[in-house]
Design a protein around this ligand. Structure first.
Ligand code: AMP
Ligand code: MG
Length: 417
């Protein structure tokens, strides 16, 4: 049983609940391969052809019959060539060789390839000499790549739910697919809330701060393959927020906001969403990012992130991006961040009850081993800590102390995006 503060939900539980409550959207579109990077695949991709399609040579050299080699004592006639796309037609005659290029079909009758560097050919390349040493070292099937060794026709080469990487798009291309069925991108409306906020580019009023969260949210959403509508800044005013949320919800799949989800006087997002729709989840047992709202207005998913810039990024990476990928049909395994065990190069203690992420990066210690270094402050207001960080160290709910040398889980930030 994990030691969680009452009234708070574990991140893993919150994600499981969100995955089961928020349905995968149905809209699927056919997209040309070059527009598929980062998209969620919504079909299985079945191999139409075997790769390689025929047995072929892994090297430039000479194709021979292995059984002939023992009897060779003198020059061997080169009776033809097999080039990629131009196979040797016919059967390899006894005790002869075929000049062969990398990727070219192995001629019928040949069953090994000796690389060109290991033989000496005459100027016209009509015959070759093979030393007894080279013959002794040659084995049956040497340098042959078998038909279907990479992919067999009928294999499923990509499964629905994959987030497409360059190699995934490439394998589909290699199977002759010109387009793939992928998820329609989610339409997400984004705004920041707070009377203190000013738009970057505008003069800063006394006591004001520039809105940075919107730019973190938009970046993460684009990274997730969403189409973003930037709705700018909204004041801490019930009617302003209600009208803007209702409008945005009418024409988007998701509305995502920052600020105003705490319990202060100016924190109005919760009552507004309560009035327009329903709130399904609030506070999570995480740090940073505890006040995190999930709700619904009609069919539109509403996600209210806290105002602190680090909370926006951490809860965005660990909760929002996985959830939105799920909505676009990504397999769960594709949405869970990579966690790897490393030794802590720092000391840390705290009160238990929440899962916490420290801003971290890996450094090599004097023994050449990588260990995690943690940012000096755990404040969720310090955006500079996320710029410094290359990863996060995850502290489980019941862990109150980390000593130098303890094994901790490290989440590379690149793997999270
Ligand atoms: P809130 O969740 O609205 O109480 O905001 C928490 C803290 O985050 C406050 O110090 C805000 O000034 C700051 N904050 C809120 N929204 C933003 C934003 N869009 N960009 C930068 N900081 C913000
Ligand atoms: Mg606020």
């Amino acid at each position: 049983m994990q030691n969680t503060k009452p009234g708070l939900t574990l991140l893993s539980e919150a994600l499981d609940i969100a995955f089961s409550e928020v349905p995968v959207h149905r809209d699927v579109e056919d997209r040309f391969l070059t527009d598929c990077y980062g998209a969620v695949l919504r079909q299985d991709v079945t191999a139409r052809v075997s790769v390689p399609s025929v047995d072929n040579s892994a090297m430039d050299g000479y194709a021979l019959r292995f059984a002939d080699l023992a009897a060779i004592n003198g020059p061997v006639d080169v009776v033809g060539t097999s080039l990629a796309g131009h196979p040797y037609e016919g059967i390899l005659p006894d005790r002869c060789a075929i000049r062969i290029a990398t990727g070219a079909a192995i001629p019928d009758g040949a069953d090994c390839v000796i690389i060109q560097e290991n033989v000496s050919a005459n100027a016209a390349e009509t015959c070759i000499e093979i030393s007894s040493d080279v013959i002794a070292r040659t084995v049956l099937h040497q340098n042959i790549r078998w038909a279907g060794e990479d992919i067999s026709q009928g294999d499923i080469v990509l499964k629905a739910g994959a987030i497409l990487r360059p190699q995934d798009v490439a394998i589909a291309a290699g199977q002759g697919y010109g387009s793939l069925k992928v998820s329609r991108p989610l339409r997400v409306a984004v705004f920041s809330t707070g009377d203190e906020l000013a738009k970057p580019g505008d003069p800063l009023p006394p006591g004001g701060i520039y809105d940075s969260n919107r730019f973190a949210m938009i970046g993460m959403l684009r990274e997730t393959g969403c189409v973003v509508t930037d709705l700018g800044l909204l004041a801490d005013d019930f009617d302003v927020l209600r009208n803007a949320l209702q409008d945005a919800a009418n024409s988007h799949d998701v509305v995502m906001t920052s600020g105003g989800v705490s319990v202060g006087k100016a924190d109005l997002l919760k009552p507004v969403v309560d009035q327009l729709g329903e709130i399904t989840a609030w506070k999570l047992a995480i740090k940073p990012g505890k006040p995190l709202m999930r709700g619904k207005i009609g069919d539109c998913l509403v996600i209210g992130l806290p105002g602190n810039p680090v909370s926006v990024l951490v809860s965005g990476l660990l909760y929002v991006m996985p959830l939105l990928r799920h909505v676009m049909g990504a397999d769960k395994s594709q949405t869970v961040p990579v966690r790897m065990p490393v030794r802590a190069g720092f000391e840390f203690s705290r009160g238990t009850g929440r899962r916490e992420w420290l801003r971290a990066r890996l450094i090599q210690n004097d023994d050449g081993e990588f260990e995690a270094e943690a940012f000096a402050s755990t404040s969720s207001g310090m955006l500079s800590s996320m710029v410094w960080a290359e990863g996060l160290v995850e502290i489980p709910e019941d862990c109150g102390k980390v000593s130098k040398g303890d094994v901790v889980l490290y989440l590379p930030l690149r793997g999270l995006q």
